[in-house]
Design a protein around this ligand. Structure first.
Ligand code: AMP
Ligand code: MG
Length: 328
């Protein structure tokens, strides 16, 4: 094992593989490992070790005021790291493992760097089988934001991770394409209300049976949940979102790439197009979103025109990502 470790570390580009034990070994030695989850790939380090966590911020170029999600092996384990209110327990019984992250009051064991100095920590139990097996191997939880340079499109495959951060980490654990393809929903409990700090793969409709649901609208300064910075998930090509026919009219003199749900419009200036779901299924659209954005970003168009999704199910979260991809 030791020899293998040295061999990996001498390589400038990350190794992509499926070796969970090797990933565990590297994490125990305080290295960074990209891990597959059902939402997007995470850039993981030992959440209980400040030095390891610092490497995450450095590799991503992430501002240190933006705290990290800590991935734990079970809902029960959350109690080791935070005070878990009854409403969170009820939510966890239904949604964990899965794409729901709880912001709860941290215990001392969680270093300040993980929470950007705050008193609350964000906890999630991932559902991807390889992430779960990896956590079973470890006696510490994993701090893991999305495995992309800060501000860019989130990765949903090992190749996407290698593209953005390949020279900044040791190993990419390859668990295939993320099934959901959209980040987790981040919630906090405010009195008896579920406050959605970030829209994601657990929809407001799914949460509504448990308590009142309030969606925190983000502010221009991105305060509140720090990850709600306006500009995020952004392709290099300028992107605008709205009604696709109106956008095509406005941008008729430019070479445009279009991102639409299903109904492909015709126009001579369209140089590339991505249909997110031919059957108009918003779950499928979410799964395809980030890969489609990457492909459109590479065609050299003047601008990407993105259709706003219907406001239901995953539509809210997709629109949130489109809005933030369009912020400058
Ligand atoms: P990322 O892992 O990069 O997809 O982003 C993690 C998200 O969780 C961001 O929106 C963070 O602001 C949010 N988050 C993480 N920790 C906390 C926390 N302690 N309080 C509020 N939001 C948090
Ligand atoms: Mg991110």
């Amino acid at each position: 094992m030791t020899r293998r470790l040295e061999c990996t570390l001498s390589t400038p580009m990350a190794v992509i593989g499926k070796d969970i034990l090797h990933a565990a070994e590297l994490l125990r030695a305080n290295h960074l490992v990209a891990i597959p989850t059902e939402t997007v790939y995470g850039l993981a380090a030992n959440a209980l070790d400040s030095k390891a966590v610092l490497k995450i911020y450095e590799a991503k170029g992430r501002p240190q005021f933006n705290p990290l999600i800590v991935h734990v092996k079970s809902a029960h384990e959350m109690k080791k790291y935070a005070d878990v209110p009854p409403l969170v327990e009820r939510l966890a019984a239904k949604f964990s493992p899965g794409p729901l992250t709880y912001v709860v009051r941290k215990k001392k064991i969680i270093p300040d760097i993980v929470t950007a100095g705050g008193e609350s920590v964000a906890l999630r139990v991932p559902a991807h089988p390889m992430a779960r097996q990896l956590l079973e191997e470890l006696d510490f939880p994993l701090a893991a934001p999305s495995a992309n340079p800060s501000g860019t499109i989130s990765p949903v495959s090992a190749a996407h991770v290698a593209d953005g951060l390949g020279d900044k980490l040791e190993y990419i654990l390859d668990g295939g394409v993320s099934t959901l393809g959209l980040e987790s929903t981040v919630v906090a409990i405010e009195d008896d209300t579920i406050l959605i700090l970030r829209l994601g793969a657990t929809t407001p409709e799914m949460l509504a049976p448990f308590a009142g649901v309030k969606i925190q609208t983000h502010t221009a300064t991105g305060t509140g949940s720090p990850g709600r910075l306006k500009s995020h998930y952004a392709p290099k090509t300028r992107l605008v979102a709205g009604d696709i026919r109106t956008l095509l009219e406005v941008h008729r003199a430019e070479r445009v790439a279009v991102l639409i749900l299903w109904d492909l419009p015709r126009a001579p200036n369209i140089v590339a197009a991505e249909v997110l779901s031919a059957k108009r299924d918003l779950t499928e659209a979410a799964h395809n979103l980030f890969s489609a954005m990457r492909r459109l970003d590479s065609v050299g168009a003047d601008i990407i025109l993105a259709e706003r999704m219907p406001e239901e199910g995953f539509g809210f979260a997709i629109n949130d990502r489109l809005e933030r991809a369009s912020a400058t």
